[in-house]
Write a protein that binds this ligand. Structure first.
Ligand code: NDP
Length: 450
């Protein structure tokens, strides 16, 4: 006889938690899932989905400008911000409903409340307590804002999706995915944008040449990039905000967006009380089967602060469900995870950047091509593309593939399959290109530049 209320209880209804819950229920487990805020988590509500809608929306003036080169003329475009936000909200609500139906139809019991751990097999949900044989913590992350004076005057990506109006002057602080994406979004919508990053060049960890290329493209679009600079305080001056910089300069603006990283959402969940080990940043420590040091408690996704990407959380959630209820061990392979940054132009990348490849493999061949894609040849509006392959000479294996240019995310997905399959440069070279496309460049790169 089952002595627990649930076989599996999931805390957190984001991408990873929902997938794990549905899959476990599909295997016949009795599943409960608690979500205090919104089903779909960061990705659906204040992340990937609304961000990509904003990227599309902010590209419209660019498309309009390109159109003139093709002979189109017409009135100026004007943006109705309220319509944008309302339509975006409608789509997000639709997705919330889809998530709810998927969970309910798979037989999960949904609790629209906060759940906290009471002991290793008990959760408190509202006033009730439930026991579960296995508990999965999938509570994600939360934006982090450095402790500087006036930080409460700034917004994070959470609020950026619900601004009452488009700010005229925006300062984006940070140099990661979210910062470059929002710098592009606000610029595209027509705001005056300054991006401040404390280091030498933003997107630390990505290929240097790609980062330099994106910086030049962003500057070309009118974004002011200030590197080696950081904010020391924020103050209000009438209707404006003033950022005091560490070098003593000041920037006045209407909106400051801090995109300075995210932290695991592991606070006040009863984790420490149950003896679950956390890292210094609050990340739940797990082994390669997502087990914490407490046998009944598992964790996946951003709360473990490893590879913080939605598709990774999905894969981890499925691995836990399969292992516990599907009688099958699946291991998530973290090699060659493709990723895209929806900057303007976007970046797509898989495998090693040039610097890391040289350090790891020694003798490498680097193939690079930068050009103006066909669609921009007849328009005054320009956006260039940079494509790059990194090949290990000894094995001829392509170990890195990078693109900054239109459709980068779409291009990289297929090439990621090839890299994971161990494709060599010779296989790339013998693959027939599709003409005229940007992606064909990857199979026509003949001479190494380095
Ligand atoms: P990132 O970790 O990517 O970047 C954080 C940035 O903030 C870095 O440039 C970092 O600088 C800077 N920073 C950190 N602390 C401070 C500080 N105290 N003062 C000044 N600057 C600081 O975080 P994001 O918030 O951009 O994104 C979070 C995660 O979400 C990403 O890592 C990614 O995994 C995921 N994501 C994925 C997207 C996608 O797939 N397209 C889109 C958006 C997010 P430094 O480099 O010097 O440390």
């Amino acid at each position: 006889m089952n002595s627990y209320d649930f076989d599996f209880f999931v805390i957190g209804g984001g991408s990873g938690g929902v997938r794990a819950a549905r899959m476990a229920a599909g295997f016949g487990a009795c599943v409960g899932i608690a979500e205090e805020r919104y089903l779909g988590g960061t990705c659906v509500n204040v992340g990937c989905i609304p961000k990509k809608l904003f990227v599309y929306g902010s590209r419209m003036p660019h498309e309009h400008a390109v159109a003139s080169g093709y002979g189109w003329s017409g009135g100026d475009l004007t943006l109705n911000w309220d319509t944008l936000i309302a339509n975006k909200n409608t789509e997000i609500e639709r997705l919330n409903g889809v998530y709810r139906r998927l969970l309910a139809n798979s037989g999960c019991r949904i609790f629209d409340e906060r759940a906290v751990l009471v002991d290793p097999t008990t959760v408190a949900v509202g006033k009730e307590r439930y026991t579960a044989k296995h508990i999965l913590v999938a509570t994600g992350g939360w934006p982090y804002v450095p402790e500087i004076r006036g930080r409460e005057l700034a917004i994070t990506s959470n609020e950026a999706f619900f601004l009452p109006k488009l700010p005229e002057r925006v300062v984006v602080v940070g140099g990661g995915y979210i910062a470059v994406e929002f710098a592009g979004i606000f610029n595209g919508f027509g705001a005056q944008v300054t991006q401040v990053y404390r280091g030498e060049l933003f997107l630390r960890g990505f290929d240097t040449e790609i980062r330099q290329f994106l910086a030049a493209e962003m500057r070309h679009k009118g974004i002011e990039l200030r590197f080696n600079d950081d904010v020391s305080a924020l103050t209000k001056h009438g209707d404006s905000l003033r950022l005091t910089m560490k070098n003593g300069n000041a920037i006045d603006c209407d909106c400051v967006l801090f995109a300075t990283g995210r932290r695991p959402h592991s606070d006040k969940l009863g984790l420490a009380e149950c003896g679950v080990a956390l890292g210094p940043d609050g990340a739940i420590k797990v082994d390669d089967l997502y087990r914490t040091n407490v046998p009944s408690i598992y964790a996946i996704g951003d709360v473990t602060n490893r590879v913080n990407l939605t598709p990774v959380a999905l894969a981890e959630g499925m691995a836990v469900a399969r292992r516990l209820f599907g009688s099958r061990d699946t291991v998530v392979d973290y090699d060659y995870i493709p990723t895209a940054i929806f900057s303007q132009p976007p970046i797509g990348t898989v495998g090693f950047n040039e610097e890391d490849a040289r350090a790891k493999f020694g003798d490498i061949g680097v193939y690079v091509s930068s050009f103006t894609p066909l669609r921009y040849t007849v328009s005054r509006e320009k956006e260039r593309a940079l494509m790059k392959l990194v090949v290990v000479r000894a094995t001829d294996k392509v170990v890195g593939l990078h693109v900054c240019g239109e459709d980068a995310g779409e291009i990289i997905q297929g090439f990621a399959v090839a890299l994971r399959a161990g494709a060599t440069k010779q296989i790339f070279d013998s693959t027939i290109g599709i003409h005229p496309t940007t992606a064909e460049e990857f199979v026509t790169l003949r001479d190494a530049v380095r």
